[in-house]
Design a protein around this ligand. Structure first.
Ligand code: HAM
Length: 422
């Protein structure tokens, strides 16, 4: 017989199987409920966009656009790209739908896969998933603080502990050029120490050097000019108000003037929720203000703020925390013989319709092996029905934690479980 070769998934693109998918679902549910409390509604955009959207939106000199995008020429002549992030797509949809006409303030949330061709490692995939939010139409620093506070609230709700919130202001088109000039002078004098990418980028976009992961560049950057020394008065005031609002709502943060973010659209507030538990992939969530982006992508001059969290990184952290996951109640039916099966089937169907989680053994195995299976799937309760039980119209209901057993009439089982579980 011919031997078929196994087909594996694409490098850096992973399946999310149970029980991991259950954790993902609970994070998604918590996100939906937190976002809804702040007035956000879901938006779903296509996974493929015109390449031009990310070139203009994310920025020509970013690592994402320079070397990480999955771009291809469609059967026509269009260059298309698998989205590397969500913000540019949401802005495009916001402009294209004309929502800014009817909604002076629009709030959207999204969740789904993003694609960047990076070198895969722990917490870094080529297909990864983000949950994110964007708010359009509010220039006030209170919007920045609200987005940060909402992200912090979400982590609390999910039970993700030990994250640090780092905030910065990266200036605006008025004051950033002065910083860029100072930075460019400094880099020019130290060019020999830079990696090849940074040597190339420093003339066009010197801020990217601050974001470079190369150890030699990082070391050099330590001595580089600092952004806060170049903030204009409005940026200084804006950032002051963001910090004040965060203090008022009790969100703790540290200042980090080296946050520049890896995407070009940001101005003023930039923030990251970081961890020390994932090695180099320290940012679990990140975001900031991007007032020029809607205009840059062909819309009106509408300000925006947003954030996105990385699901894979969050899941790694949650899986590393102990005692957080509470298994849902599970009822296992140990059914012995055909008559018992006939009696159990309609009851199992009724229970499932009532929202009770039920598993059973289809294979008519011995009671012992069915009980072993019940223990393996961590059932809280086992319902045992054999010939003798069917003859008497009862079932043995065994509480696995207390190792106690009692009889319940078969016809009363739905009421019994809906009362207990529901
Ligand atoms: P970002 O910092 O590029 O921002 O990505 C946000 C989060 O996505 C990161 O903090 C990280 O948790 C996760 N992430 C990024 N790349 C990978 C990867 N290769 N593997 C696993 N996780 C990854 C943005 O994408 C912005 N659109 C966020 C935003 C929304 N800003 C304003 N609104």
């Amino acid at each position: 017989m011919a031997k078929f070769q196994k087909i594996t998934s694409v490098k850096g693109m992973e399946d999310i199987l149970p029980p991991h998918s259950e954790l993902w679902q609970s994070v998604e549910q918590a996100s939906r409920s937190v976002f809804s409390a702040y007035g956000y509604k879901e938006i779903r955009t296509p996974i493929v966009e015109k390449t031009e959207l990310f070139r203009r939106g994310v920025g020509e000199t970013t690592s994402i656009v320079e070397k990480e995008m999955y771009s291809f020429v469609d059967r026509g002549d269009d260059s298309l790209t698998l989205r590397p992030e969500g913000t540019a797509s949401v802005v495009r949809a916001y402009i294209e739908s004309g929502s800014f006409v009817s909604e002076p303030i629009a709030r959207y949330y999204y969740m789904g896969p993003m694609f960047r061709r990076e070198r895969p490692q722990k917490g870094r995939q080529r297909q990864f998933h983000q949950i994110g939010c964007e708010i359009f139409g509010v220039a006030s620093p209170l919007a920045d603080a609200e987005v940060v506070a909402m992200t912090s609230h979400l982590f609390e709700e999910i039970g993700c502990e030990g994250l640090q919130l780092e905030v910065n202001s990266i200036g605006c088109p008025d004051c950033r050029p002065s910083f860029e000039t100072a930075l460019m002078n400094f880099l020019g004098k130290n060019e020999a120490a830079l990696c090849d990418d940074c040597k190339r980028r420093m003339g066009r976009n010197p801020m990217r050097v601050l974001d470079c992961k190369n150890p030699a560049c990082r070391e050099l950057v330590e001595r580089a000019p600092r952004l806060p020394d170049h903030w204009c008065l409005s940026c200084r005031e804006h950032f002051g108000s963001v910090k004040r609002a965060l203090d008022l709502v009790g969100v703790k943060y540290v200042l980090n003037d080296r946050i520049v973010r890896g995407l070009d659209y940001y101005m003023r507030t930039a923030f990251e929720f970081t961890t020390t538990r994932l090695g180099a992939q320290s940012a679990v969530a990140a975001g900031g203000r991007y007032d020029g982006l809607v205009k840059e992508l062909g819309g009106p001059a509408v300000p925006g703020v947003g954030f996105a969290l990385g699901m894979e990184r969050l899941a790694l952290l949650l899986e590393g925390q102990e005692g957080k996951s509470k298994p849902e109640d599970l009822v296992f039916f140990a059914v012995l013989g055909e008559a018992a099966q006939d009696a159990a089937l309609p009851i199992i169907q009724t229970l499932r319709r009532d929202g009770v989680r039920v598993e059973w053994d289809y294979a008519e195995r011995s009671l012992k092996s069915q009980m072993r299976r019940a223990a393996k799937v961590a059932a809280e309760t086992v319902v045992i029905i054999g010939d003798e039980e069917v003859a008497r119209g009862v079932a043995q209901v065994r509480d696995m934690r207390k190792a106690a057993q009692h009889e319940v009439r078969i016809q009363d089982l739905p009421r019994h479980f809906v009362q207990i579980v529901g």
